[in-house]
Design a protein around this ligand. Sequence first.
Ligand code: AMP
Length: 288
Amino acid sequence: MAKAAKKTRPRVVKTVKALRETLADWKKRKADIALVPTMGALHAGHISLVALAKKSAKKVVVSIFVNPTQFGPNEDFSRYPRTFDADMDKLADAGADLVFMPDAKEMYPEDFSTMLKPTGPASVGLDDKFRPGHFDGVATVVAKLFTSVMPDVAIFGEKDYQQLQVIKTMARDLHLPVKVVGAPVVREKDGLALSSRNVYLSPPERTAAPVLHQVLKESAKAIAAGEPVEAVLSRGRAKIMAANFKLDYLEARDANSLAKPDAQRKAKLRLLVAAKIGKTRLIDNVAV
Ligand code: AMP
């Protein structure tokens, strides 16, 4: 059988100056631009964002930057997977036009002095509570990516649901003229949300991991059927802990603000979970 022709890898630029030179040329030709920010170690979840970006704009920029300011001191920054060659092949197949891959000094020179401090959905007692400073790092780097690329649209996964709400709010608050779009979670057949961190899972941990999505699905169904939210969540928490997870949270929140829902439950709900198995912290969420 004939081998499929290898697609050309997208161009990689490492500085904001080189990035802006390419973008200026596109903008002169009135091409609209979509941005997909990533930390690399790309999987089908990331590629689904690139596919949506291609439908949304003429040119697609993917950024790959393992952002040090969003990792805590005891988190996995130094061991975070870095898979440049595989990433480039996937981006070639997906049809990305340009990759922005700065080094840490380009994004944070030694005298860097301007960190954002988001509140609102960034201070609701979910990941913000367990990863202090995380969303400061996320909001800062994404604001810098937005002002560097000036995309018309930026695509983020609902996998990181709190992050998506933080970025939507940040872009609105800073009047950044970018449409922030959320894309659905891509999952393994057994329901486990794809994540660059899944490679850390040992075989028994990988076997246990789908319980998070199972609990989310069961809980969403029970809440939609009218069961009291707290009773459903208690049952779900017990099931996750029985599967050897250390649970950070399983919560039902207002789907936009991420605040605790009001008693009448008029707002749309989102169920969010974060839990550690061994050394690996997994997050997931579903709509109710
Ligand atoms: P990361 O490289 O983990 O920072 O993720 C980059 C982008 O890909 C973020 O917008 C994530 O929400 C998104 N993403 C990661 N995993 C998935 C997934 N399983 N499905 C959809 N989007 C995802």
